[in-house]
Design a protein around this ligand. Sequence first.
Ligand SMILES: Cc1cc2nc3c(=O)[nH]c(=O)nc-3n(C[C@H](O)[C@H](O)[C@H](O)COP(=O)(O)OP(=O)(O)OC[C@H]3O[C@@H](n4cnc5c(N)ncnc54)[C@H](O)[C@@H]3O)c2cc1C
Length: 201
Amino acid sequence: MDILKIQGTILTPDSGEAYTAALKRNSDLSSLPAKYVVQPAVYEDIPPVLAYATSQTPPIEIAVKGGGAHSSTWASSDGGIVIDLSKLNKVTLAEDKQSITVQGGAYWGDVYEVTSKAKVDVVGSPLWFVGVGGFTLGGGFGPLTAEHGTAVDNLISATVVLADGRIVRASHNEEPDLFWAIRGRFQTLHSICPRLTAPSC
Ligand SMILES: Cc1cc2nc3c(=O)[nH]c(=O)nc-3n(C[C@H](O)[C@H](O)[C@H](O)COP(=O)(O)OP(=O)(O)OC[C@H]3O[C@@H](n4cnc5c(N)ncnc54)[C@H](O)[C@@H]3O)c2cc1C
């Protein structure tokens, strides 16, 4: 693992405070002691980690952490690798303000900092510390749902890292089967969505 040439950070139990902070979840019951926590700095950091995990005998379990709010242990791994998307938290409002693109490790609080300044809104969580990734891929009922539907139904496209390391864009027109599969199936599907785009309202 140490030999992986990635731009992001690799943490182990020897990393001290940084490792402890990376394992922190909304509920302590959701936190398991990972062997490694990888914090990708760019999307291209993710495929080498997947390749390393699958090359081991037996393969090492991978878990993906967005905002860490879910009460399950799905975003944690006991002895495996956690891909912690927290460094991928950029939020970009389109120039015409019609859509917003969010990296998969952002909190809704990061999104609302941008949308409130631009006086637009988006179907999101009422709570700032819920992650955009887990909320959106799992459904996402927010204050605007009665008027605009769920977050997942508003999803326009996603950048997806597949288990074989390919990075693809999925939408109704590009990889439509994959786009169908990622929406609402985060706990079973082995793909990682480091970028999501939704309409603003
Ligand atoms: C206090 C509280 C209030 C809540 N209120 C609401 C609410 O009003 N409406 C609502 O709909 N839900 C609500 N939820 C539920 C919340 O939306 C889910 O727990 C959601 O999964 C949290 O997303 P996360 O990214 O923070 O979670 P995490 O724990 O990081 O991840 C949850 C799951 O999503 C996967 N995942 C996360 N990001 C990605 C990604 N980028 N790519 C691939 N997989 C990913 C993880 O692997 C894991 O399986 C609430 C939760 C809490 C704790």
